[in-house]
Design a protein around this ligand. Structure first.
Ligand SMILES: Cc1ncc(COP(=O)(O)O)c(C=O)c1O
Length: 420
């Protein structure tokens, strides 16, 4: 019989196998210093385009003050126990009420982490007879939630209305046989390429098909819509979203998340969300901190305005210089270049070392072979100078990519990889 660990000794997994070349640089990099538009990487200042601090709240003095005061008052233990048992407080309820009102829903419920909360919400919403229909590019937490489902599930082609409708037809047939219902899951904003989910068109399909819509709006919350209520508000269909989800990990620059829906649905979830029933309550420091951040979202529209000034400057600047930024409809700013993985590594190194620009890099298998995706997240803390410097850096690296510099530089990387 095999030792359970044999496979681990032999194969570190699709990403882990690159650890030797990539760790500390391309993966698990250490960004140091206060969270802001410019941080330090390996001792050098870099313009930081890889953190989701959209509204610049992470290091805002008012936020830091409230966080510190809450930590001093409550410590990091309070309250002890799960919400249902002993971890419930007035402030948890207050935050839920304020979140619900902000996203225009009857009620909300807090989740300790977006990822686990999403998995658990999907699990609680469906039973074996039900059918799930979801976007093939869905975030890992949606995929994991769907994995728990004991009934049928169908993926549709990314944001493709024809495929959505075809799968709704298949789902309807099955649900009619099993006596179940249909849950359609989309993201408000797809975090890699920045497209919004086609919520308006999906909602139109409610006239023809009987389904409930669940939207993960991690990147839309705080950044889209007139008041910042997200992709549903932006597209004018917030009321038609049956269950709305957002995390505190992006616009609110913290930890935690929430779901919002009709009161009867939230009342049900409150008693059936295993990730919350069997886990310690969200700590007070985070609850008090989220209340402050939400107040700032409501009362300081200038944060979102500054964010969008930077988004527009960056995206228009890239387009003007002939870069392919795909079909983004949000702050998420992808730049697509053509090249191999070793070329991508040499290019990113050049960007970081010689141009002081730090952004995330995405390659095959997340995107098709031969493409390099540099992903940037503008925030309200960036300046127009940051944008200009970055545009110049991008023009320089494109030239070197096209004249073969990175191909030559990457020869050593390729040799190291072929020994793997
Ligand atoms: C689309 C999406 N959903 C869910 C999550 C998970 O949220 P959290 O970081 O709160 O676990 C993320 C990442 O933060 C995300 O990008």
């Amino acid at each position: 019989m095999k030792d359970l660990f044999d496979k681990i000794y032999k194969d570190k997994g699709p990403l882990g196998k690159w650890a030797e070349q990539a760790e500390g640089y391309f993966v698990f990099p250490k960004l140091e210093g206060p969270i802001s538009n410019r941080m330090k990487f390996r001792g050098k200042e870099v313009i930081t385009w890889s953190i989701n601090d959209y509204l610049g709240l992470a290091n805002h003095p008012d936020v830091r003050k409230v966080d510190a005061e809450a930590a001093a008052e409550y410590g990091s233990a309070y309250p002890m126990g799960a919400r249902m048992m002993s971890g419930h407080t007035d402030l948890h309820e207050k935050l839920q009420d304020e979140l619900a009102s902000f996203v225009n829903k009857q009620a909300a419920y807090l989740l300790n982490f977006g990822y686990q909360g999403m998995v658990s919400t999907i699990d609680a919403l469906v039973s074996k007879q039900d059918v799930i229909v979801y976007d093939v590019d869905a975030h890992a937490c949606i995929i994991d939630g769907v994995r728990l489902h004991l009934g049928q599930r169908f993926t549709y082609k990314h944001n493709d209305m024809e495929s959505i409708e075809k799968n709704l037809q298949r789902a309807t047939k099955i649900a009619e046989q099993t006596g179940g219902g249909i849950l359609l899951i989309s993201e408000g904003v797809f975090g890699m390429r920045g497209e919004q989910g086609k919520l308006k068109e999906i909602v139109e399909l409610k006239k023809k098909y009987n389904f409930r819509l669940f939207v993960d709006d991690a990147h839309g919350f705080g950044t889209l819509g007139k008041t910042g209520a997200g992709a549903g508000e932006e597209q004018g269909v917030q009321d038609e979203i049956d269950v709305y989800f957002a995390t505190f990990a992006k616009s609110l620059a913290s930890t935690g998340a929430f779901i919002a829906a009709d009161k009867e649905i939230i009342d049900y979830l409150k008693y059936n969300l295993r990730s919350q029933m069997f886990a310690k309550s969200l700590q007070m420091q985070l609850v008090v901190g989220a209340l402050k951040r939400l107040e700032m979202l409501r009362t300081m529209p200038e944060l979102k305005e500054k964010l969008w000034e930077n988004v527009n400057a960056l995206q228009n600047g890239l387009k003007d210089r002939g870069f392919d930024i795909g079909t983004t409809q949000s702050c998420v700013t992808p730049v697509y270049l053509k090249g191999s993985i070793p070329e991508a590594m040499a290019l990113v190194k050049d960007l970081r070392e010689n141009h002081g620009v730090f952004c995330s890099i995405v390659v095959y298998p997340v995107i098709p072979k031969g493409l390099i995706l540099l992903r940037m997240i503008p925030t309200a803390t960036h300046t127009l100078q940051d944008v200009e410097d970055t545009l110049d850096a991008f023009s320089a690296i494109r030239e070197r990519l096209e004249n073969g510099t990175y191909k030559r530089l990457s020869a050593s990387v390729t040799a190291a990889m072929s020994n793997k």
